[in-house]
Ligand binder design. Structure first.
Ligand code: NAP
Length: 312
């Protein structure tokens, strides 16, 4: 039942530990139990054993047919309810962050549109990079359920938008999508990292302003919620793999209902347990200014696989 209802993907390990997965499992076993208790098959089976062989063949065939029919209708009901929860999500960006979110969300059954500048050029990138990561073209081959489109098509199609574009171009890209984004919620993961002077990068906006605020100001009808930018891409979508989820996700944004939607999304889709609402979009300043210390910690630990935990 597990393998039938959940698509195989790199997210499988996470799903096996996830409350969502347990809920699905529980849901399936409850449906099976209620199907059995509603069904007269158990009693019919006992009766069929005590009658003539030919009649027994006919009755048993009928039982198999009814059981099959019951199982089809049970699966249908399950798929129907899963469909009801499916979202159309635009993931703008094809880097590590875009891949982490698009892959996970598609594996959970959502309709995912991954935005890029030039889909044909992006798809043609098939070389393994210096970090031994497959080119996005190879990743797309392995994740055929993710639809690669231009940024504008993705923004138009998505009901929920995830900004995973380079912080140096986020404002420009999103400003060009204004008409498609009005009224929608955008999860802003971008960081204003400027690598023009080499490594470590510096923040191109900080202290008295932030990229999150700049995006919100440029697109006032968009509901910008800063989130996930304070940790590595893999941790963002797999919080349970680090310290069993005992660490924190920060969120900030002006629109309270949109922020609540993002908080529920993080819990339900990725399994986040600890989320701190830092207030309005001004708090994006602090969230983005975490990056310099994040980079220092990453270098000291020689690994990006960690996150911040707020103890009190
Ligand atoms: N990597 C992480 O673990 C991590 C963690 C937290 C936050 N972030 C933030 O999340 C965002 C995405 O990071 P990432 O590492 O996944 O990818 P990235 O390399 O920072 O950005 C990739 C995306 O930006 C677009 N892009 C880059 N330079 C461009 C330019 N000059 N003109 C137009 N488009 C350009 C690319 O377009 P194409 O698709 O056309 O190539 C691609 O879609 C960044 O803002 C980053 O700071 C990253």
């Amino acid at each position: 039942m597990r393998q039938k209802t959940l698509p195989a993907s790199s997210a499988d390990n996470f799903l096996e530990q996830s409350p969502i997965y347990e809920a699905v499992d529980l849901c399936d076993s409850q449906m099976t139990q209620s199907a059995i208790s509603r069904s007269p098959h158990g009693r019919t089976m006992l009766v069929s054993l005590s009658i003539l062989p030919l009649t027994r063949v006919i009755v048993n065939s009928l039982i198999i047919f009814l059981q099959h029919k019951e199982s089809i209708s049970t699966n249908y009901r399950y798929n129907e309810s899963k469909q009801g929860e499916t979202m159309k999500i635009a993931v703008l960006g094809t880097g590590m962050v875009g891949q982490a979110h698009a892959g996970k969300l598609a594996s959970l059954g959502h309709q995912v549109f991954m935005g890029t500048n030039d889909p044909a050029k992006t798809r043609a990138r098939t070389k393994i990079d210096q970090m031994s990561r497959p080119g996005i073209g190879l990743w797309l081959d392995a994740n055929p359920e993710v639809k690669l489109t231009k940024f504008a098509t993705a923004a138009q199609q998505g009901d929920l938008i995830i900004n995973a574009t380079s912080g140096q171009v986020s404002l420009e890209i999103l400003s060009g999508l204004k008409k498609h984004l009005a009224g929608k919620t955008l999860i802003d993961i971008s960081n204003p990292l400027d690598f023009s002077k080499g490594f470590p990068p510096f923040l191109s906006v900080s202290n008295t302003n932030s990229l999150g605020e700049q995006i919100q100001k440029a697109l006032p009808e968009l509901k910008v919620i800063k989130a996930f930018n304070t940790m590595n891409a893999v941790v963002q979508t797999n919080p349970l793999r680090t310290a069993e989820g005992d660490h924190h996700l920060f969120v900030a944004g002006d629109d309270k209902p949109a922020k609540d939607t993002v908080i529920s999304f993080a819990k339900q889709q990725y399994g986040w347990k600890n989320i701190i609402d830092l207030g309005d979009i001004k708090s994006a300043r602090g969230m983005e200014m975490i990056l310099p210390i994040w980079l220092e910690i990453r270098n000291s630990l020689n690994s990006p696989d960690f996150n911040f935990k707020i103890a009190r």
